[in-house]
Design a protein around this ligand. Structure first.
Ligand SMILES: [Ca+2]
Ligand SMILES: [Ca+2]
Ligand SMILES: [Ca+2]
Ligand SMILES: [Ca+2]
Length: 390
């Protein structure tokens, strides 16, 4: 009997998820997207907001949370050890960065919306499933630069409701240039300005404290005002090692646990990690774009075997027992003995073809980043899968 079943995405239940399993902390600094991503409703407690964050980024939901200005952070975890494989990237953090110059000439960095977040990792040393163990920064490309400030600390002050607005005719896109005052431990102070197009509270509304303190490593500003009046900024992507700094499909949004360092900058050898902390790494204002804030969309462990790839159409019961996974250059094909496979690129060119002889096959494939299709033919029936290579 022939069956016709259409399944757009079919992810199997694994004992271990390659994606974020749990969010432990969400402490954004003030910012124009705070109280929006995720949405705050009156009366929401911290626990309610944490639940909303989990709804956005746990698993493969690919929602969006914003960490606000410098220092705002999130702590999330996996349900297993993300292994540190020598010489390989170990996980990816998805953000919403994009380029405006996708193919820059040699020597020119890509730029666009690049809002670098510092990434820290932790191994569950006491095995209690809670991130109460030592944290290590993953040293990104700027870690050893003299412009990078270690042990930076900033305090933001909640504006009171009677605050008088201070617009500036030279900056017509702002409703208040002195909206949220900040001071830091480098003898600087300033304000988060309020943008006319984001006319709601930038201060996390579930917080009762009058001030918020954040600390960490601070990167030099990466923004450049291109029109002199602040209408249009570009942000140069740092070479590697930061979240929300390169587009998700780019290899430079991948992370290698081998980059972990202790507070003195010494390399730490970790077998793997369970927890990740990300915080906004620049204290930067970009005119009409507002303050720079790191966004998080999700995260993925590269080494867990078996993310079932998208089944575009299952046409017959011949394929009901089939399981096809993709995991970092390896294609796992189960219960399809006696069939043949072909891999196509997005232009329909056949890149590889092979026979599937046993019920459990593994093929190593070497593909550049992109979207690919796999077709499997069995007894003149074809099943098509789609997968992404990062
Ligand atoms: Ca590694
Ligand atoms: Ca622990
Ligand atoms: Ca942002
Ligand atoms: Ca962003």
């Amino acid at each position: 009997m022939l069956l016709t079943i259409f399944i757009s995405i079919n992810h199997l239940d694994f004992a271990q998820s390659p994606y974020i399993y749990k969010v432990f902390e969400f402490c954004p600094a003030p910012g124009q997207f705070v109280n929006v991503y995720p949405k705050y409703n009156e009366g929401d407690t911290y626990e309610v907001m944490l639940g909303k964050v989990e709804n956005e980024i746990v698993g493969i939901k690919k929602g969006l949370v914003s960490l606000g200005a410098y220092g705002g952070y999130i702590v999330f975890g996996f349900d297993h050890l993300v292994e540190n494989i020598p010489g390989k990237y170990d996980f990816k953090i998805w953000g919403n960065a994009y380029y405006l110059n996708s193919n820059p000439p040699p020597g020119v960095l890509p730029y666009g919306s690049c809002e670098p977040g510092i990434v820290m990792v932790s191994y569950d040393a006491n095995g209690n499933g809670i991130p109460d163990d030592p944290w290590y920064e993953l040293a990104g490309s700027e870690y050893h630069k003299p412009q990078t400030i270690k042990n930076y600390e900033i305090t933001y002050y909640q504006p009171d409701s009677t605050k008088i607005l201070t617009p500036n005719p030279a900056l017509p896109f702002l409703s208040d240039t002195s909206y949220i005052r900040w001071t830091d431990n480098q003898e600087n102070s300033g304000f988060l300005a309020k943008n006319k197009s984001h006319n709601y509270s930038y201060y996390p509304l579930w917080i009762s404290e009058d001030s918020l303190v954040y600390e960490g490593t601070k990167l030099a500003n990466n923004g450049q005002n291109t029109d002199g009046i602040g209408h249009f900024y570009i942000q140069y992507a740092y070479p590697f090692g930061y979240a929300d700094n390169h587009p998700n499909e780019n290899i430079r949004s991948n992370f290698d646990i081998d980059r972990a360092v202790d507070v003195n900058g010494n390399k730490v050898n970790l077998p793997g990690i369970h927890f990740v902390k990300v915080y906004t790494g620049v204290n930067q204002y970009c005119g009409l774009w507002g303050e720079t804030s790191t966004e998080i969309v999700g995260a993925e462990d590269f080494h867990i075997q078996g993310v079932e790839i998208d089944v575009l159409a299952v046409k017959t019961e011949l394929f009901h027992e089939a399981r096809v996974y993709y995991s970092e250059r390896e294609l796992y094909i189960e219960n399809l003995e006696g069939s043949s496979g072909k891999i196509y690129n997005i232009n329909g060119q056949v890149l590889d073809s092979f026979n599937i002889n046993s019920g459990k096959e593994k093929y190593t494939i070497n593909l550049i980043s992109g979207v690919y299709f796999l077709t499997i033919e069995k007894q003149n029936n074809i099943q098509t899968y789609k997968f992404n290579v990062y």
